[in-house]
Design a protein around this ligand. Structure first.
Ligand code: TA6
Length: 296
């Protein structure tokens, strides 16, 4: 990953934020840059790789799960927090051999805004693609994280190409749970989903989603609100990201190096725009969408 200058001047008067390296926070030998917030009621860490929020604790409640064996080598996707899958979600529909979930999560982002007050912290991480070997259209994307009593994430995506381009994306949130095997997700009952454990066949289910085996589902045109219950309850809300994705790999993840037996510690309830909700952005068009995660 290319080394880019850090915008330290944005933090000149910050009381609560600084850059540090991954190896001062996690068990790794990587000098990879981590952006750290240590506010009286708001603790957070984000990686410049992927513009990815890794940890977020609001008034003592941790929202996100980060794998204890996540890899911080500057290239590997970091397992946990909120990776952004972009400019495509999942398997690339045109060229399935391309890396899953696009390249934004493996690219270096920049801090482009930071503000703090007694009750909230706001920061923006941005990435410019000048055109990529796997995705011709250049684009600019930013994620603005507002941390207060809840987490708000605003995504702004601009197609800077001279032609229209099709994007799909997801904010792939790994939400922390006491035990996935006793967790439940509501708000998607009777909605049509594509079952990724069964060749994307279309199904629906009348009851809440439970996680006694692998669950990997894509819900296009979903309701605005989902709720995840296990130990604590999270609301996941978006009225502008039309797709929900729900995933936990179950015990098959025991053999996956950066997950293992701790797969029971999270459920992914993601929001984005994928499959039939993919976006066609005309030349110069900007897509803005928001998602909120709240512990209630
Ligand atoms: O969002 C669910 C999903 O697409 C699953 O199919 C699962 O494989 C997961 O993402 C993680 O993908 P990753 O490439 O990060 O291992």
């Amino acid at each position: 990953m290319a080394n880019q200058p850090i915008n330290e001047s944005l933090l000149a008067s910050a009381k609560y934020a600084k850059f540090t390296s991954a190896d001062t926070c996690y068990n790794t030998s990587s000098q990879q840059l981590i952006f750290e917030v240590d506010h009286p009621s708001i603790k957070a860490r984000a990686s410049l790789q992927g513009g990815q929020l890794l940890e977020c604790e609001l008034n003592g409640t941790a929202l996100l799960w980060l794998s204890p064996t996540a890899v911080f080598d500057g290239n590997t996707a970091i397992r946990g927090g909120i990776p952004v899958c972009l400019p495509w979600f999942g398997v690339n529909q045109d060229t399935p051999s391309l890396p899953k979930h696009g390249f934004a999560r493996n690219s270096e982002w920049q801090l482009s805004q930071y503000q703090e007050s007694d009750d909230h912290v706001v920061f923006t991480l941005s990435f410019t693609s000048h055109g990529h070997s796997t995705f011709n259209a250049p684009f600019v994307v930013s994620l603005t994280y507002t941390l207060s009593t809840q987490l708000d994430v605003k995504l702004t995506l601009e197609n800077t190409h001279s032609e229209s381009a099709v994007f799909s994306y997801a904010l792939h949130s790994y939400l922390r749970v006491a035990d996935s095997e006793t967790a439940a997700v509501t708000g998607l009952e009777n909605c049509t989903f594509l079952d990724n454990t069964d060749e994307l066949s279309e199904k629906s289910e009348a009851s809440a989603i439970v996680f006694t085996q692998e669950i990997d589902r894509v819900y296009p045109a979903c309701p605005h609100l989902q709720q995840l219950k296990s130990g604590q309850t999270f609301d996941i809300y978006s009225d502008s990201m039309p797709t929900a994705i729900v995933w936990n790999p179950g015990s098959s993840a025991i053999s996956v190096a950066d997950i293992g037996a701790v797969y029971t510690g999270y459920i992914c309830v993601e929001r984005g725009a994928a499959f039939s909700d993919s976006l066609t952005l005309e030349a110069g068009a900007i897509h803005v969408a928001n998602m909120t995660i709240k512990s209630i």
